[in-house]
Design a binder for this molecule. Structure first.
Ligand SMILES: [Zn+2]
Length: 282
């Protein structure tokens, strides 16, 4: 997505303000984005969507949408696969009406399929999503398959990059917490680990600019991999945001950084301040 600057904001409405006040509040604390969580149901009320659009524009809050969790683009039954396709299309429709330009979604599960087989089917399903979006005049909305946090979920970095390589208007939503815990070997421990991830994206997709990223510290399950629970910044679980802020500044990328911390926008402020400190030292 084309971004005018790096922006920060919470995954969902802020915890320290009422919904009616959300965008004014975010603006007042110096945040400039929000990922709308349509994770259980996609909003369809025209009046509500219009007022979200107006308020977000008024207070310069960039919006993206997180599509429902109940999506499996590689589902075993045709019925479930089609329903997944239509949930993403519905999320894109809502995104359009609220003035958002990027829809994040979890691509699905391998279930009994091989990872390669699931990826092929998911890419074919995404082609159908894109065709349906085109017919509804929604092809200006970017699709963001997210890097997922559990090893049984389709959505390794490699897989979401392949989706973006093969399809137009697809750019992964990069969840660093998920990359951190998806596999035992995936831990992000230092700046070089971040740099390696961003450079893979740059090399394969031509640029790492304009990404939507998800960030929180995260605890793995007792098995040592797979997402268990999100934690606040500074909890010690990692990954640490600071080296990522450094990489962002050094590479000069503009990203929308979505806080998925349990304290949402309060940690957005911390991330923004760390980023600004790095910027001022350049
Ligand atoms: Zn995420």
């Amino acid at each position: 997505m084309r971004l005018d600057r790096t922006r920060f904001g919470p995954a969902g409405f802020p915890i320290d303000a009422g919904r009616d006040e959300a965008f004014r509040y975010l603006n007042s604390i110096g945040l400039d984005g929000m990922e709308y969580q349509a994770v259980r149901r996609v909003p369809t009320n025209e009046k509500v969507l219009r007022s979200i659009k107006e308020e977000a524009e008024r207070y310069d809050v960039l919006l993206t949408v997180h599509a429902p969790y109940a999506i499996n683009l590689a589902a075993e039954t045709e019925e479930k696969r089609k329903a997944s396709i239509m949930r993403i299309v519905a999320a894109a429709e809502a995104a359009h009406k609220m003035g958002a330009l990027h829809v994040t979604f979890h691509p699905g599960y391998y279930l009994k399929r091989s990872p390669e087989g699931a990826l092929r089917i998911a890419i074919d399903s995404l082609r159908e999503v894109i065709r349906e979006m085109k017919s509804r005049g929604l092809n200006h909305i970017e699709l963001g398959p997210e890097t997922t946090g559990k090893p049984n979920q389709l959505g390794s970095l490699e897989e979401v990059i392949t989706m973006a390589e093969e399809l137009d208007n697809v750019l992964p939503t990069v969840d660093f917490a998920h990359i951190h815990v998806r596999e035992k070997e995936g831990r992000i421990r230092c700046k070089e680990d971040y740099r390696r991830i961003v450079e893979i994206i740059e090399r394969r997709l031509g640029s790492a600019d304009g990404l939507v990223i998800h960030f929180t510290e995260v605890e793995a399950t007792s098995k040592g991999y797979g997402e268990r629970r999100h934690h606040e910044l500074g909890s010690g679980y990692g990954p640490n945001f600071e080296p990522l802020a450094e990489v962002m500044v050094e590479l000069g990328v503009k990203w929308f950084v979505v806080s998925e911390s349990p304290i949402l926008e309060r940690d957005s402020i911390k991330m923004r301040d760390m980023y600004r400190r790095k910027l001022s030292k350049m």
